[in-house]
Design a protein around this ligand. Sequence first.
Ligand code: AMP
Ligand code: ZN
Length: 474
Amino acid sequence: MALQLYNTITRSVEPFVPLDPEGRRVGLYCCGPTVYDFGHIGNFRTFVFADLVRRYLEFKGYAVTAVMNITDVEDKIIARVRTAGTTLREYTGRYETAFFEDARALNLLPPHHCPRATEHIGDIIALIDTLVRRGLAYQAADGSVYFSIEKYRAAGGRYGRLVNLNFDEMRIGERVKSDEYAKDAMADFALWKARTPEDGAVTWASPWGEGRPGWHIECSAMSMKILGPSFDLHLGGEDLAFPHHEDEIAQSEGAGVQAGGRPFVKHWLHGAHLLVEGRKMSKSLGNFFTLRDLLSKGFAGREIRYLLLTAHYRESFNFTLGGLQGARAALARLDECLAKLRDVAGAIRAEPDAELLRGFELALDDDLNVSAAWAAVFDWIRRMNRASTDNELSPARAAAALAAWNRLDTVLGIGERPDAEAPPEIVALLEARQQARKAREFQKADAIRGEMKARGWLIEDTPKGPRLKQETQA
Ligand code: AMP
Ligand code: ZN
């Protein structure tokens, strides 16, 4: 079976064929977070999608090098550094750490490289210098260096391949009247931004004077540095296709570093946006959630990951708290089935059940049709449950099913339900309740149960004994 992926640049679903002549090594770059605040769940939809792509490529046997940059210098960051009265590194370090903690909560595999823009200023300057020497970039009166789309097109570059552009509307070539910009043409974009007094200490020396890099050039410089001038996959949210990715192509191909007509990137993948309660997330609408907001409501990382992984990446997805409750119920069914399989299989080991693997792979090969993959999983759960009810679940069959699940879960990354980690006072209450029950003091046992509930902890009595569950706040 062969993996097919939609490619934004060709607007079609194509077989995935790596650039590596041996067809084994794959380079993947995903535009990472701008570390000026905590990540919201929209951001994490995109990062969970990137994680799915990487995990599935690995499942298919490819040796993936995954890169995700950290945008740690940018207009919004500089504004925040100024108001916080701190240093750039201190400010971004806090949110970078938070980002990696959130990524862990969602079980995102750590990328092999997470380059920071501020640590690649030399590479960025070298790339801008190449563009200036090739006549595609110019320094304007304001001291900033811009990329000239007109020159790029005149040199045979094709600008506007990820999105259809109306060049008349873009007024390419028309001089910009606004005194805010000194650039030659409206569509030109900054490669190097000359220092302004507001930048404070956030500045670097360059052949064009003090300043800082533009956002687009960061990704061109860091992706090509790590993955080479031509690589397989470039990912991001759909809002990045234009202008960010279009500009990355122009800069990277404009530098003329690719061999023999190879493209900068072979496959462009864009994840559709996440809506919350049917609308764009906004603080004023009260529907803005960081990942931390959801974790503090008592939802588990795996429940959020599951929900973000239920819809096809090219479909916009409507996130609701009700949906998250539904995710909890779906995972409870999965967990119950896995527990049963484990009980039946005991110590027996078996080869993975090929039927389940086949259904799963067929679905994901089809442009990562993850909803069809989950349908295959839940259909399998129903079959396993029926087999168990009908007393047809042999240890060997249960072991094969578990082995198949473990293989699928290398892609889904849902893992097992961790037993809730209760604070010691709750564990002590649980023990007191067990003692009371043993002593047949049922009123006392119920009172302790009520006390625990008031503190947000529920007891689930299972054949294996009581299990603690944290109550969620809706
Ligand atoms: P940023 O931290 O703003 O640079 O964004 C990081 C990633 O999140 C980018 O790939 C964006 O395209 C993506 N993103 C931003 N908002 C959303 C959203 N509502 N849904 C999905 N992805 C988003
Ligand atoms: Zn980028």
